[in-house]
Design a protein around this ligand. Structure first.
Ligand SMILES: Nc1nc2c(c(=O)[nH]1)N[C@H]1C(S)=C(S)[C@@H](COP(=O)(O)OP(=O)(O)OC[C@H]3O[C@@H](n4cnc5c(=O)[nH]c(N)nc54)[C@H](O)[C@@H]3O)O[C@H]1N2
Ligand SMILES: Nc1nc2c(c(=O)[nH]1)N[C@H]1C(S)=C(S)[C@@H](COP(=O)(O)OP(=O)(O)OC[C@H]3O[C@@H](n4cnc5c(=O)[nH]c(N)nc54)[C@H](O)[C@@H]3O)O[C@H]1N2
Ligand code: SF4
Ligand SMILES: [Mo]
Length: 694
């Protein structure tokens, strides 16, 4: 007997600006088809290569289905199955012991972006931990410096609708590779280009995005701050700035002009490696072609100087009066339109103060002694895979091997991190739980209905939190709400103070799936009313608030510490290389990197090296190479290509160590040093040595 087919609306939960609207066809209890919502204005009826075969992930034979307890040495991957009650009881008992002896600060929850849902991430990384008084996590692995720079300079993380690029005549995509990392922007960009827009990509690597640009400019890594100041130098010097706009809407433009005076094109050419004429031509284009859009993402700020670099990028549209113009301005992130009500989300007023905050980029150091009084004695990881994705992974593994550390990992798969757990709990996937999603690349909310029941004994993040709260004896109702009540509470509280949510109820989200944010007339284009929600009400080119971060209030260019003493102009062969490890095309960070179909497409983990360098090192295309620095080493397959310039090598993030040659991945060599702003990660300020593997 065949049962009817139901269509269930959902949202892609992964860390990607596009937050696609999805449809699952369900027959009985089984999802039989999964595809894009054809009517969503940004999803546009197609999903990316990663998520199109999503049912392979949902029904993967290696999914975790039952709680497991370690039955061998840490990391030995030997397990015994246990019942949920036993697992939860053991976790609660161990935590209570630790709290009694060291205080709850000795417990560290670690989560990041396996899902971006309001419930399964937002509420789950707040409520229980606040109630316990556990250590907080500084969530700075991704775009913290850019976020802080945008908020300080403009007052809010607002961005145009992606379709507004159809009004642009010049688009500068800066340290961003949307063809891989936010692919639903590309059809809009193609159309803009057909309409005559001139597209410039600024990236040391010839990315998929750069291939189809009108111009590709390749600065040396981490010199973008100098490049931006050099553009300002030319614009001010030639009187092409919009003085009337600057007078009315900005703070400190004359001081910034003085700063930019120190960056003449000759100096900037020497620093960046970008020819002098290219700098002058781009500055003139940017000042005269309107509307002009600058679209940066996070790759450019994962450097020691990422905060100041991003400050400089945020200043550019002001110099030429492009904020508030449709098709102009800055397109970084839309996530500031809806900031979930903090009290409703986390109930902090009913909780002890957070005792301390641990920077997630320093996880290895934190577990091995940097954090004391009390030391970290318990780690709870969910929606994250730090052994694969966090920097200086060797030190993290050293920490996870501590016999006195109690580690719990809630996961969908036996990841590199889960292998080091004492207890592994099986997690649901997006088709099996409910959630609400806002996007960082568009301005629609997406509701995700559960489509099928969880397989085996999988439980959602929120359901596990509720069990843990119960086992710890917490009776607060906000730790036990059902999923819908929790989402409704945060949505309703947020809507009360946020006009972008006018008329957006849970019922409407559930019925319609996709709901556009509400823009009051005249506010569709960010900053169109000339007001910036900064302390001055203006664009803060000179930003007093930067002093509190120990930074110059004016944007500046300083070389990251990792590069001090490193020859600016390399001769190839000798010395060290700058290693960039940005997004891979077929994975989202380490998510999907265990899926056979996608691994086959991505290929053996590789590093791109320029032909000149390869020749000098005796490396041929396809050779195995040894990459090394003081932090560690890994082995990758060499791709010899002029997609990377001499002196720079590129090895995409994502491959699991356990599925890589030698059982190691690129994060064995990446730095856990912090950037100049917001505790930002510095993955790309990374010097390595390379040689042919014996
Ligand atoms: N397919 C895929 N999509 C993803 C992800 C993924 O892993 N795979 N990750 C998701 C996540 S977590 C994020 S944060 C976003 C990131 O989105 P993006 O920021 O677009 O992605 P990245 O590849 O990290 O960095 C973009 C580019 O920055 C360049 N870059 C590095 N250093 C410099 C520099 O000094 N100057 C300049 N000008 N460019 C530089 C890199 O070469 C890279 O091409 O993408 C999301 N989407
Ligand atoms: N070398 C290098 N490394 C990088 C970067 C880089 O540029 N270079 N970029 C960094 C960036 S931008 C980011 S954002 C981080 C991301 O780092 P992480 O946040 O650690 O992301 P992933 O590695 O994708 O791991 C997410 C895990 O969550 C699991 N998961 C998914 N959904 C759920 C759920 O609902 N519940 C539970 N319990 N688990 C779930 C997935 O199976 C997956 O194993 O990586 C960083 N790593
Ligand atoms: S990863 Fe991005 S592009 Fe792919 S389906 Fe999800 S939201 Fe869409
Ligand atoms: Mo990220």
């Amino acid at each position: 007997m065949t049962t009817d087919i139901r269509l269930v609306r959902g949202a892609c939960p992964h860390d990607c600006p596009d937050t696609c609207a999805t449809i699952t066809e369900v027959q009985g209890n089984r999802a039989i088809r999964f595809y894009a919502d054809p009517l969503h204005p940004v999803t546009g009826g197609w999903l990316c290569a990663k998520v199109r075969p999503y049912l392979d992930r949902v029904y993967a034979p290696d999914r975790l289905l039952y709680p497991l307890r370690r039955a061998g040495a840490k990391g030995s991957d030997r397990w015994e199955r246990v019942a949920w009650e036993e697992a939860i009881g053991e976790i609660a008992a161990r935590w209570q012991e630790i709290m009694a002896r060291y205080g709850a600060a000795a417990i560290l929850p670690y989560s990041y972006s396996g899902t971006l849902g309001l419930l399964q991430l937002g509420i789950c990384n707040a409520r229980l931990w606040n109630r316990m008084g556990a250590s907080g996590l500084q969530r700075s692995i991704c775009g913290a410096a850019a976020e802080a720079a945008v908020e300080a300079t403009l007052g809010a993380r607002w961005a145009p609708d992606p379709a507004d690029v159809l009004h642009s005549k010049l688009v500068i995509i800066w340290g961003h590779n949307p063809a891989s990392t936010g692919p639903h922007f590309m059809p809009f960009l193609r159309q803009a280009q057909k309409n005559g827009a001139y597209v410039v990509v600024i990236d040391p690597r010839r990315t998929l995005t750069a291939r189809s640009a009108d111009e590709h400019i390749r600065p040396r890594p981490a010199t973008d701050g100098a490049l931006a100041l050099g553009l300002m130098h030319v614009i001010f010097g030639e009187g092409l700035h919009d003085e009337a706009w600057l007078e009315r809407h900005s703070v400190g433009w004359r001081a910034l002009r003085e700063r930019a005076a120190a960056f003449p094109p000759e100096r900037v050419a020497a620093l960046t490696g970008v020819p002098h004429e290219t700098i002058v031509a781009l500055a003139r284009r940017y000042a005269t072609i309107r509307p002009a859009l600058v679209k940066p993402a996070d790759g450019v700020q994962r450097h020691g100087n990422g905060g100041q670099t991003f400050r400089a990028l945020c200043c550019l549209p002001a110099i030429v009066g492009q904020y508030g113009v449709r098709g102009g301005g800055l397109m970084y992130s839309t996530s500031g339109y809806v900031k979930w009500d903090a009290a409703a989300l986390s109930h902090t007023t009913q909780c002890p103060p957070t005792p301390r905050v641990v920077n997630m980029n320093r996880l290895g150091a934190a577990l091995t002694g940097e954090i004391a009084d009390p030391p970290i004695m318990a780690l709870y990881v969910f929606a994250a895979n730090p052994v694969t994705s966090a920097p200086n992974a060797g030190l993290i593994i050293q920490g996870l091997q501590r016999n006195d550390l109690f580690t719990v990992v809630h996961e969908q798969f036996m990841t590199d991190t889960a292998r080091y757990a004492d207890i592994v709990l099986p997690a649901t996937m997006q088709l099996e739980h409910v959630d609400l999603h806002k996007a960082y690349g568009h301005r629609y909310l997406q509701y995700n209905h559960a489509a099928v029941p969880p397989p085996g004994e999988c439980k959602s993040n929120w359901d596990v939190m509720r069990l843990l709260a119960g086992a710890l004896g917490y009776t607060d109702p906000w730790l036990h709400e059902d999923a819908e009540t929790a989402i409704r509470g945060v949505l309703d509280a947020t809507r009360a103070g946020n006009s972008y949510l006018n008329g957006i109820t849970l019922e409407r989200l559930q019925a319609e799936g996709t709901v556009p944010l509400h823009f009051l007339p005249g506010r569709e284009v960010p900053f169109a009313d000339g007001h910036f929600p900064t302390p001055s009400g203006k664009v803060e080119l000179f930003c007093e608030a930067m002093r509190a971060h120990g930074l110059d209030p004016l944007p500046d260019y300083l070389q990251p510490a990792e590069f001090h003493g490193h020859a600016a102009q390399r001769d190839g062969g000798a010395g060290s290389f700058i290693l960039i490890s940005g997004a891979s095309h077929h994975y989202v960070s380490s998510s999907f990197a265990n899926q056979p179909g996608l691994r086959a497409k991505e290929g053996v983990p590789f590093v791109e090296i320029n032909g000149t360098d390869a020749l000098a090192l005796g490396i041929a295309h396809g050779d195995e190479v040894h990459i090394e620095n003081a932090r560690g080493w890994c082995r990758l397959r060499a791709h010899v290509t002029d997609d990377v310039p001499p002196g720079v090598v590129v090895a995409p993030k994502g491959p699991w160590a356990s599925l890589s040659p030698g059982g190691r991945n690129i994060n064995r060599v990446t730095p856990d040093a912090l950037a100049d702003l917001a505790g930002q990660s510095t993955f790309h300020s990374n010097l390595v040595q390379i040689r042919r593997a014996p």
